[in-house]
Design a protein around this ligand. Structure first.
Ligand SMILES: *Cc1c(COP(=O)(O)O)cnc(C)c1O
Length: 401
């Protein structure tokens, strides 16, 4: 029956990623709709009381309550798992719900975590504030250096947690080396892969155990909804993550799941075009601004590593001007590119991390991770790059660069 081929792993696993992105996970209702249906329902009905009992006992397949399962949400989870090359995926209401769940579900008092110090502001808050509050010790390291992870390991280290490329400094982590160190010691490596997405980088191909996503970013890709996801083995998702999420409830809404399903259909097209556009804009800025942090440019110290583990460098990069006053003046002078702290949007957006996304991170931690007062992060969208370059050119002139 073709209605459900999208859910048959024996068929979908053989599909290439472009096919999985459009059809993976699709389960059609009795109406045979072409585009996936949105099931806006909180509950489910049973023909007989015995059926309800059997479903709660796990003896009968089927849904019981949308905090636990929903047909639209499951379609998205299957599609992401296929693209990731993971056995299983569970989605969450936001990227931060995914990061919180993936850490708390497997950690307890007395454990230790080693985390990359360059990270999204709220991820740093989890590591610096939330985990220690519950008796989980954390060490932050320069994740560009695999040896730093090795040196930070203690007998009670349970998790390595890092982003690559990292927000907003574009530090690149050697996935094979760091995940290899984790594997050898029985430590779970958790990779926040929001910037690259499985379209550009599949951390599990390099030995990562778990990947976590803000699907708000490139997966939605059009700045519409918040969503998150965690991918791992069937055992990890079912036995470690699910007991936590089913009972704490960071569930993704069916409507938001549907929006991200539609986003995934064009993910590969968008992210490749945005990578090309970001390279064009990066080449223009190189030499024009004091410093540029773009792993797609040969001038980036980790360019070779980035190109070994990524298909392309993505649409996001950072650059530096002289201090906060010039950074804010440059933002104010832009006519086309919006001032916005979001990323992964089809629109070009620029932000000053020190006063926005990383405002909540201590000044010392900001300095340590390279979030300087002159740093600007640019999300390059799907506009014509020549228009973006024209806009940057006029804005740079206005601030004397
Ligand atoms: C945005 C982001 C998050 C948080 O995701 P939300 O969907 O905003 O909750 C986590 N990690 C990285 C790298 C991000 O860019």
């Amino acid at each position: 029956m073709k209605r459900r081929t999208g859910q048959d792993r024996s068929i979908t696993q053989g599909w290439r990623p472009a096919t999985q992105a459009v059809r993976g996970g699709t389960a059609r209702s009795e109406f045979g709709e072409t585009s996936e249906a949105i099931f806006l329902t909180s509950g489910y009905c049973y023909d007989r009381a015995e059926d309800a009992a059997a479903r709660f006992a796990g003896e009968q397949q089927g849904m019981t309550y949308s905090r636990l399962q929903n047909p639209t949400v499951e379609m998205l989870e299957q599609r992401i798992a296929l693209l990731e090359g993971a056995e299983a995926c569970r989605t969450m209401a936001t990227g931060m719900a995914a990061m919180t769940a993936v850490l708390l579900c497997q950690l307890q008092q007395g454990d230790h975590v080693v985390a990359g110090r360059a990270a999204f502001g709220s991820c740093r808050w989890l590591v610096d504030t939330l985990l220690p509050k519950f008796g989980i010790a954390t060490t932050t390291v320069d994740a560009r250096d695999p040896q730093a992870f090795q040196d930070a390991v203690k007998p009670n280290t349970k998790v390595f947690f890092f982003e690559t490329p990292a927000n907003p400094t574009m530090d690149v982590v050697d996935l094979a080396a760091v995940c290899g160190i984790a594997r050898e010691r029985g430590i779970v490596s958790v990779v926040d892969n929001a910037f690259a997405t499985p379209a550009l980088q599949r951390p599990m191909d390099f030995g990562a155990d778990v990947t976590a996503y803000s699907a708000t970013k490139m997966m939605d890709g059009q700045g519409r909804v918040l969503a998150g996801a965690v991918c791992g083995t069937e055992d990890f998702i079912t036995n470690t993550l699910l007991p936590f999420t089913r009972n704490t409830g960071p569930t993704l809404s069916a409507f938001n799941a549907w929006v991200v399903l539609k986003g995934l259909e064009t993910l590969d097209l968008r992210i490749r075009r945005q990578s090309d556009n970001a390279l064009a804009v990066g080449r223009f800025l190189e030499g024009r601004v004091p410093r540029i942090l773009h792993p797609g440019l040969p001038s980036h110290p980790q360019h070779d590593l980035a190109m070994r583990q990524m298909v392309a460098a993505g649409g996001i990069f950072a650059f530096e001007v002289e201090g906060r006053a010039q950074a804010h003046a440059l933002l104010d002078a832009l006519q086309l590119i919006d001032i916005s702290n979001n990323i992964g949007d089809s629109r070009s957006l620029m932000t000053h991390p020190a006063s926005t996304t990383h405002y909540g991170v201590s000044a010392e931690a900001r300095a340590e991770m390279g979030v300087t007062e002159g740093l600007l992060r640019l999300n390059v969208g799907l506009e014509d790059p020549a228009d973006l370059i024209d806009d940057l050119d006029q804005a740079l002139r206005q601030v004397g660069l």
